[in-house]
Structure formats: C-alpha cells, structure tokens
Design a protein around this ligand. Structure first.
Ligand code: SAH
Length: 254
C-alpha cells in the first residue's frame, strides 16, 4: 500500500492565477479532494480522483474523514478558499489530530499556504495593511458574540487596521450592523472603510467609503471589510478610484 498523506491546500481567493504552483501540484497528485461544496465543485474533474464535497458546518467530520482516508493509503487534498490556516480547514484537521489517536499523530500532514482574502483585497485597494493590522471573523458559530465585541473594542483601542472576515450571511445579517455601531462609538467618522467583495472573481465589487457614511448592509458573505486605523488614508485621483493605504511610519504625518 502506498503511503497516505494529507495535503491541506489553500485555493486562494478565486482565480487560478492566485493559486500557487505547489497547490496546483497537490491537486494533481491527490487521489481524494475533500472540502466545502463550492470549492470542490469549482475544481476540474480528474480521472482517478474522488471528490468529497460537504456542507460548511461539518469541518470536524471532514477532517476525520481525511485522516481515515490517509491512513488507508490515500493522498488527500483538504481544500479551503484563501489560506487554509486563516479561519479554515488547517485548524480543523489539527483539532481532529489533537482529539485523535497515535495513528493520527503519525499521519503525514502538510499545510500548503494560499493568498488570503485580506491580502487580495489589500492588493486591489492599494496598501491598507502597510502597518499593524488584525483579522477578526464576525462569525459567531464558533465563538460567543461577547468575545467578538471584546476583540473589536481592543482592536479599536489599539488603533489597528481591522480586516473583518465572515461579516454577514443570509442567516446572520446582524453582526456587521452591531460591529459598525460599536466601531462608530470608538473611532472617527472619517475613518476609511472598504467593502471588497469577491476579489479576483468575475463578480468582484469594491466600495470605498468612511465609517460615518458606510452602509453595513453592503457586506455579504463574499465580502472582506477593511476598516482603517487613524493613519489610513485615501489618495484621491482624477477620474479613478482613490488608492487606500496606511503609512509605514506611525504618527509622523506627511
Ligand atoms: N481561508 C479564507 C477565509 C475563509 S472565511 C481566506 O484565507 O481568505 C470566509 C470569508 O473570507 C468570507 O466571508 C469573506 O469575508 C472572505 N473572503 C473569502 N474569499 C474572498 C474574496 N474572494 N473576496 C473577498 N472576501 C473573501
């Protein structure tokens, strides 16, 4: 029996040009691909490769399944959008290993990085992550809402640029409204805000605004919301969208 292994693969934010050569190679050699339905369906069918597409809420079962298949000799690609270590499958696999057996600990596992949504969004916008920043998921499926509030307050207090993942979904429209209400009480209304939706995909949409004027309902589940620090600024351009950037020096001005 050939030696099984798990490759935890980041697919990037969407287009193939943002898939690393290492990730592409992993998708070629895998005997099995496991992941959330839309990611798995987007991949081309390959002879001899089995696709296992599952619903988003069963990450731990998916991780367990990957470990079982790898221990039977399969080469399993566990796929996530963006980077697999950012709010994604890598942690789910390690959670299963942590709760698992010696065989799980001995399983050959490799994590292959990908471009995360905040990096793709930042590249589109200019350089908003040029100074200290933090990433916060607004999904309260996996943590209590009061923890999210505590972290948003601390991020505002620390004057970080904030990248918000999972700002809203059809079943959870409220978090982004509550997050904006809180941030408006702590930060200046002129703070730059960007809604970067489906970056790199055909339905990409970028909206630049300010904390005072933003409509939180602009965000959906494909949106990365970027909220500036006190230093983040727009560079206005004639006939084009402004650049958004955060200077590398803090408190120096221009
Ligand atoms: N592992 C992924 C994040 C998964 S959480 C990564 O590293 O990017 C899912 C959230 O990521 C979405 O709700 C959205 O906030 C963000 N996201 C993923 N792809 C995106 C894209 N192409 N454009 C904007 N945001 C995206």
């Amino acid at each position: 029996m050939s030696k099984g292994r798990i490759l935890i693969v980041g697919l990037g934010p969407g287009p193939d040009k943002w898939l690393t050569p290492e990730a592409s190679e992993a998708l070629m050699v895998a005997t099995d691909v496991i992941g959330y339905i839309p990611y798995v369906e987007r991949l081309p069918d390959r002879q001899g490769q089995t696709k296992h597409a599952t619903d988003n809420r069963v990450e731990i079962d998916r991780a367990r399944h990957a470990l079982d298949l790898a221990q039977q000799g399969h080469v399993v690609a566990v796929v996530s959008g963006g980077d697999p270590g950012v709010f994604a499958m890598a942690a789910a696999v390690f959670e299963a290993v942590d709760a698992g057996s010696d065989a799980d600990r001995a399983t050959d596992i490799q994590v292959l990085p990908g471009i995360s949504a905040m990096q793709a969004a930042a590249a589109r916008l200019g350089a908003p992550l040029g100074h200290d920043f933090c990433a916060i998921s607004l999904s309260d499926n996996l943590k209590p809402w009061d923890v999210i509030i505590r972290r948003l307050k601390a991020a505002a207090e620390g004057d970080f640029v904030i990248a918000l993942y999972n700002p809203a979904s059809k079943t959870r429209p409220q978090p982004i409204h509550d997050a904006f209400a809180l941030l408006r009480s702590l930060k200046k209304p002129s703070t730059p805000v960007a809604f970067a939706r489906a970056v790199g995909r055909p339905d990409e949409r970028i909206l630049l605004t300010t904390l005072g004027e933003a409509d939180p309902a602009t965000a959906d589940m494909s949106t990365l919301v970027m909220i500036g620090s006190s230093e983040t600024r727009f560079i206005e351009r004639t006939g084009q969208e402004p650049w958004l950037y955060t200077p590398r020096h803090y408190g120096v001005g221009l």
